[in-house]
Structure formats: C-alpha cells, structure tokens
Design a protein around this ligand. Structure first.
Ligand code: MN
Length: 279
C-alpha cells in the first residue's frame, strides 16, 4: 500500500491588502485543494516590488478569516515580508504552493518587475516552492470568479506535480466571463514603452511630486502577455529569478492546456488555447 499523501499546504498572499476582494475570491476557490494559510499585508502594498523590511520589527496579527478554517494573518509589511514570515514561522508544515492574488490590475510586461504580487510569488520561487502570481486585468467591476477558476485549475496542476518545483508562473486573466475567455496562452513579457508622468505642486512649505502612471504604449507583439489579453486569452508567463534565463515555455504549455480543460470541461479541445508562439 502506498503511503497516504499528506494534505498539501497552500500559502496565499497578495499586495492589495488583507481586505481585498480578490484575495478572498481566490481563498474560496483554493480552500478544498489543501490546507490554506493566508498571510497578507495589512494595507495596500501595490508596486512595492520585492521590498523587504530590514530596519524595523514586523508584527503579524491573526485576524478572523472570511472563509472558515483558514488561518489568516495580517502583516505590517510588504508581500515579500509576508511570505518570508509565513514560510519561516506562521504557516504550519512545509508549504507546497505559494499563490499571490487575485491582483486588481494586470501585471504584464515591465510592470512585472514592479509588482508586489509577483514579488510575493518570487519569495516562494527563491525557496524552490512552486509559485503562481495571478492578476485580473482590470481595477473596476472585476470578474474575480474567472480568476478564481483559473487559479484553482493551475494550482491543481502544480499540486499534482506537473511542473518543476522552481516554476514561477505569472498569470494574467482577461476581465471577462469564463464563457468569453478563449483559452490559455503561454506567453513572454511584452515591453511597455512609457515614461511615468510627474506632477508637481507646492504644499505651501515645500515642493512635492506625484508619480503618475502614463498611458501605456504596449508593443503588442504576437505571443506576448498583452497580446494574449487583447485576444481574450489567459496569459501564462513562466518567469525565473534568473532574469537572463529565457524559456520555460514548453514546460508551461501542457499544464496550461490541462488547466484550460479543467476550466472548460465541455469545450472543444481546439478552443482551449492557442499553440505556443515562438519568440
Ligand atoms: Mn496590487
């Protein structure tokens, strides 16, 4: 008799803060895949990238979960802090999967390097724990139910051991109903050609600056993340902490199609996503 496998441990975090609707939509979708622990920032920490708090102590407060049975912690820190605390102290047992999301707003192209959502997943990746960062490509009227189904299907694939442990997938989900989404596409990062806009003012004592996000100007080349979203496809971008590394794409391809088959069990397999587009 093979030894009974232990229940997998999932760690969930985000960068929009513990009260973000997307976090809880994902928690509900993942809860029966294993023992979920949530460790998330106590406030919005978007665009903090991989910032780690080294110069003052961090406090974690256990809070009441919106989903019964999930141990939930709010941390006075960044997403990276949250995952470091979770893996080092707060989560019980070895963590099998780190999931960050569902983020409000896409994390595509260059923005991936600024993203707190991706940074949370990166901390798992640094420790050879499979990791998913999942973002909805809208900030208003967000279709969390679509991202939750996508996240659940991908998490199942990863927990089934269908990817190497050092995989990090950056997933962007079109803000549409599941019915309207056309499938999964393994992608590479687009480049975004804009310069952040500076607004200046004076508060009567000193000059101040606001950094504003400029209007994005994407390259939109075929096979990029933004291209997939424009074509109503879930974008799955394999990332590596080794920024000079190129392709994990073939590894992610099978898993993406399997996840798509789970999300749309009755859909014609030809409509589960496009084939890999070579860069
Ligand atoms: Mn965010």
């Amino acid at each position: 008799m093979p030894r009974k496998r232990r229940i997998p441990n999932l760690l969930l975090t985000n960068d929009d803060g513990i009260y973000s609707e997307g976090l809880w939509a994902l928690a509900r979708a993942l809860q029966d895949l294993g023992q979920v622990t949530i460790v998330a920032p106590d406030r919005e920490q978007s665009a903090t990238s991989s910032a780690v708090t080294l110069h003052h102590p961090l406090r974690a407060t256990q809070v009441v979960s919106q989903v019964p049975g999930i141990q939930t912690w709010a941390v006075e820190g960044t997403p990276a802090d949250c995952v470091i605390l979770a893996l080092g102290a707060l989560a019980e047992g070895p963590v099998d999967l780190v999931v960050a999301g569902l983020n409000n707003g896409g994390n595509m192209g260059n923005d991936t390097l600024l993203s707190g959502t991706v940074a949370g997943a990166l901390q798992g990746h640094f420790r050879q724990i499979p990791a998913l960062a999942i973002s909805m490509t809208a900030v208003r009227r967000v279709r969390y139910e679509s991202g939750a189904a996508v996240g659940r299907a991908l998490a199942k694939q990863v927990l089934a051991g269908r990817l190497p442990k050092d995989i990090l997938l950056n997933v962007n989900v079109p803000n549409r109903s599941l019915r309207a989404i056309q499938g999964f596409q393994v992608t590479r990062l687009a480049t975004r050609n804009y310069i952040d806009v500076l607004r200046q003012g004076h508060d009567s004592r000193r000059r101040y600056f606001w950094i504003r996000r400029g209007k994005p100007d994407w390259d939109e080349l075929e096979g990029t993340d933004i291209w997939a979203i424009r074509h109503k496809l879930v974008s799955v971008t394999p990332l590596s902490a080794d920024l000079s590394n190129t392709s994990r794409a073939s590894l992610a391809q099978g898993v993406s199609l399997a996840a798509a088959a789970e999300v749309w069990p009755r859909r014609d397999p030809a409509r589960l996503g496009s084939h890999l587009v070579a860069s």
